[in-house]
Design a protein around this ligand. Structure first.
Ligand SMILES: C[S@@+](CC[C@H](N)C(=O)[O-])C[C@H]1O[C@@H](n2cnc3c(N)ncnc32)[C@H](O)[C@@H]1O
Length: 226
């Protein structure tokens, strides 16, 4: 884990093997396991998975016996999720105006959603409001590869090859172009950590996954004094 005062993360190992290991799509299973571990939710604790979509990011929690609330502002996504997993309590919620009381969750987590929110800083403040004092935030989001050579290759792939391949194989290539552009425009690990801290969270730290292609940011809501 890297914490905010420590500055930027150290470069990762050699670039080529990383490229080979990073791009395969099954990396997402590893990322999801890392999110569940970082949330460290104990039995009886309540987790809000905001921007849960159809619930793919909520399932590992539910499957390990954690009380998880999958929430999203897309009713279409929620409907598909409910059809797939009717045992989960899918809830309509906008990350910037959550329909939950203050201090109501032990953990708030968001996977691959914050980048899409129109005002991420407002969302981070709202997550703080609904988290219990002493509770945790875990954000999983695309980030910046830590190795310079790998970063160059990744960036070329992201901005060049991925949209080009998408145009030939996908019926909705624009979504890949948006994905590539939004990843490029998103702050790096240190930049996001600074914004999480500015929203009022304490002890902000992050862990790079897949060489920094993805980063897990973790923070705590300060406990009540006295
Ligand atoms: C890429 S999906 C991620 C789904 C899931 N968390 C996962 O990891 O598979 C991004 C989701 O963010 C949701 N989203 C974007 N902005 C949102 C907002 N302001 N409030 C709630 N959900 C939002 C979208 O509806 C979409 O379902």
């Amino acid at each position: 884990m890297t914490s905010l005062p420590a500055g930027r993360p150290a470069p990762a190992a050699a670039a080529a093997p990383l490229v080979a290991r990073t791009v395969p799509l099954d990396q997402d299973r590893l990322w999801r396991r890392a999110v569940v571990a970082a949330c460290d939710a104990r039995p009886g604790q309540r987790v809000l998975d905001i921007a849960a979509g159809t619930g793919t990011s909520s399932e590992p929690f539910a499957d390990s016996g954690v009380d998880v609330v999958p929430a999203d502002f897309s009713l279409g996504m929620l409907r598909v999720g409910h059809r797939r997993r009717s045992d989960l309590g899918f809830t309509a919620a906008d990350a910037m105006r959550l329909p939950f009381a203050d201090d109501s969750f032990d953990v708030v987590t968001m996977s691959f959603g914050l980048r899409n929110v129109s005002d991420p800083d407002a969302a981070l403040r709202e997550f703080l409001r609904v988290t219990k004092p002493g509770g945790r935030l875990v954000v999983c989001e695309f980030s910046t590869p830590t190795n310079r050579a790998f970063r160059r290759v990744y960036s070329t792939y992201l901005m060049g090859s991925l949209p080009r391949i998408a145009r030939t194989v996908s019926s909705n290539p624009d979504s890949y172009v948006y994905l590539a552009e939004s990843i490029q425009a998103w702050p790096d690990q240190h930049g996001l950590a600074t914004r999480v801290a500015a929203a009022g969270w304490s002890g902000v730290e992050w862990r790079d996954l897949s060489g920094g292609v993805v980063a897990l940011h973790r923070a705590t809501k300060a406990p009540v004094e006295g």
